[in-house]
Every structure is written in C-alpha cells, then in structure tokens.
Design a protein around this ligand. Sequence first.
Ligand code: JJ1
Length: 385
Amino acid sequence: EWKFWRTQPVTPLGIKVAKGKNGPIEENKHIEQLKQEPYELPDGFSWSEINVSHDEQLKELYTFLNENYVEDNDNMFRFDYSMPLLQWALCSPGWTPKWHVVIRHTESREIAGFYSAAPIKIKVYDKELPMIESNFLCVHKNFRLRRLTPKLIAELYRRVNLSGIFQGVNTAGVLLPGVVGKCLYWHRLINVEKLLSVGFTQLGRRMTLQMMKEMYQLPKTTRVRGFREMRESDIPKALTLLTQYLKTFDLSPVLTQEEFQYLCQNRPNIVRSFVVEQENGEITDFVSYYHLLTTVLNHQQHKTLNICYLYYYAASRTSLSDLINDCLVEAHKSDCDVFNALDVMDNRKFFRQLKFGEGDGILNYYIYNWQCPRINSEKIGLLLL
Ligand code: JJ1
C-alpha cells in the first residue's frame, strides 16, 4: 500500500508535525537535476494535449469529466462542471496548456486521464510562496486500477517543477498522505420538494412536506440596506476587504487585483459577487458564490441539481448571517436548489441560524512538498473550484 506515495515528498498519514515547523520537505532542484522527458505510461496509453480555448476540445474534456468525475458516497450524484465553468476554472491568470495534462487510450484516442494546475501565491502560516493549485484529477471509469493516477500526479509535478515551482495545493474527498486539513460540507436546502424527490435529503422526523417547505422558505427580496451586485469599479475596495480578512487564516491565497477580478467579477451562471454600499458610498462588505451543477444519477424526473457554493467573502460592517442570508435570497432567485458551504473561515458562525445542515461529504486539503502542523477548518481561507 502507498507504493506511490512513499516516493513523493508528502507527510505520511499518522505523523504529527511539530508546532512551529513550516517548510519544504525536499529542497528546490536546479533545472538540470530534473527529469527532462515525460514518465513512461503503461502499454496502450500515451501523453496528449488539450487546448480548452477551442470549443470542440473543451467539449471533449467536459464530456469526459461529466461521465467520470467525483461522485458522492452512494453514487447518487456526480459533479457536472459546465463548459463555461470549466474554461473559467482552467484558464485563471498564468495558466498554460502545458499544465493541462492528458492521457489518451492510444488506440481509440479517447481521454483516459486528466489533471490540471494553475499558478497561485499561497500563504501557509507565516510564509508566502508561489505554488500551483491542482484540480480535476480524473481517470476514466473503464481505465481505473491501471496505475494511471500516479503517472498523472508525477507528470504534472515534473512539468510544474521545470517552471521552478515546487509546492502545490489541492483538495480531495479521500484521505491521503500530505493532508493538512479536513473540512465538512454543509447544505442549506432551498428547493425542498425536488431535493426530497432525488434523495438529496429526507423528510425530517414528525414533519410533513408542507412543514418542511415552510421551514426553508426564503424572502423574495434582500434585506441588507445597500446590498447589490458588485461592479467593476468596486473591485479595488472589495479586494482590500478580502485581503485583510484572508490574512487572518493559516492557509489562504494572496490575490493580485487581476486574479481577484478574474475569480470574482460577475459572470452569469458561473460566479456572482455582491457588495454592501453604505449611504456615503463606502463599500463595507463583499460576498460571492459560484454555480456548479450536479447530475442526478438514475432518476426518472430530475436530471440535474443546480447547486451554489459559497466562495470568498469579507464582512466589515454587516453581520455575516445577514450577508449570507441575502446571498441565499439571490441564489433562490437564480433557481438554485441547494446552497453549499464548507465549514471553513467563519462559516460555522451562521450555519445554525441560516438553517444549514451537515452533509455526508468531506473535503481534505493537501499541500505537496510541505511540512506543517494540521490546520483546523476554521483557519482555512482557501477555496478551490
Ligand atoms: O452533497 C453531498 N451530500 C448530500 C447528498 C447525500 C446523498 C447520499 N450520499 C447530503 N445531503 C443531506 C443534507 C441534509 C441537509 C439538511 C440537514 C440534514 C442533511 O449530505 C456531499 C457533501 O456533503 N457531496 C459529496 O459527497 C460530493 C463529493 C464531495 C467531495 C469533493 C471532492 C472534490 C474534488 C477535488 O476538488
């Protein structure tokens, strides 16, 4: 077991790292010390490329992930990243097609595996350094148990190392070596009838459908004075608020204005951001969420759930509950079925009041080639798409 992980610079499971320790496991290497050619693949598979700026190629990747990416514990639901969402997630500032690693089944030319990375500056405890964030690690259902995953990980880091980056962050549902934090998903039901029908939730004990609908009903309009969509001109102020807030966590991104604008400017059906503008014009609060569909597997009537995920926020004047409540109202208006949030940042402070319930899903955070003590979920200020 862990034949592959034992070859990688990651903290083994069950090892407690001493307080105060916070640094690389392996020293940075010079370009000449690095492997110059791609890793060998098992017979029948070859390395390939993909250019997600071309719609046909994006479509091929979309279909691959739609059919093979992450499912819940009971295989009832599977992530369905739309083409625009995928393109947005994969093409953040500094992206390169070299870091969109593809394995194809040589004979059929089908995509057999995928893994991606993009550059990002990360603060972990008191250190800031350039890293990558990696995402969308996926092996085709028909080609699992053939040791393609270790090849994808090793090859991605080989290419990243050649660019002079030696650390990376990622998240996964499963528990593996290199874990630095464990988070739980919480859910705020919105379209109760549909969620019951697809088995996303059960009728509460001693409750009728009517009672449950009433319990989760949301107002038609927002209630925080000055709550409105974020505009381009708000971006510098919103970023200042967010930067201040993110400093308080032990794991967080350090965002440039370009990156913040890319990630948080309003994009219909992908990401939505709001600010609170005071009567004197001051911007005091910021909040955002993104839309990610989930395929409902094996259901007669419903094929997809429209899920919103709480993204970055920073509240300096408005109470967090009021801010997120207005977010729920907006999500409901845009036909969201359930609103998800991790127990990161200050989220636990509003869960009860806003009727979020704990889900059965876990999200583990990882740092590759880094040794530091575990980080509590409320000290995590990093969100990956
Ligand atoms: O969505 C998730 N769970 C739902 C559905 C469960 C279906 C049966 N397994 C859930 N529903 C109950 C909520 C209800 C709210 C009111 C109170 C009572 C409970 O719990 C879970 C998250 O909880 N999602 C997943 O499991 C999807 C995978 C998560 C891992 C993500 C990996 C990310 C990949 C790399 O970035």
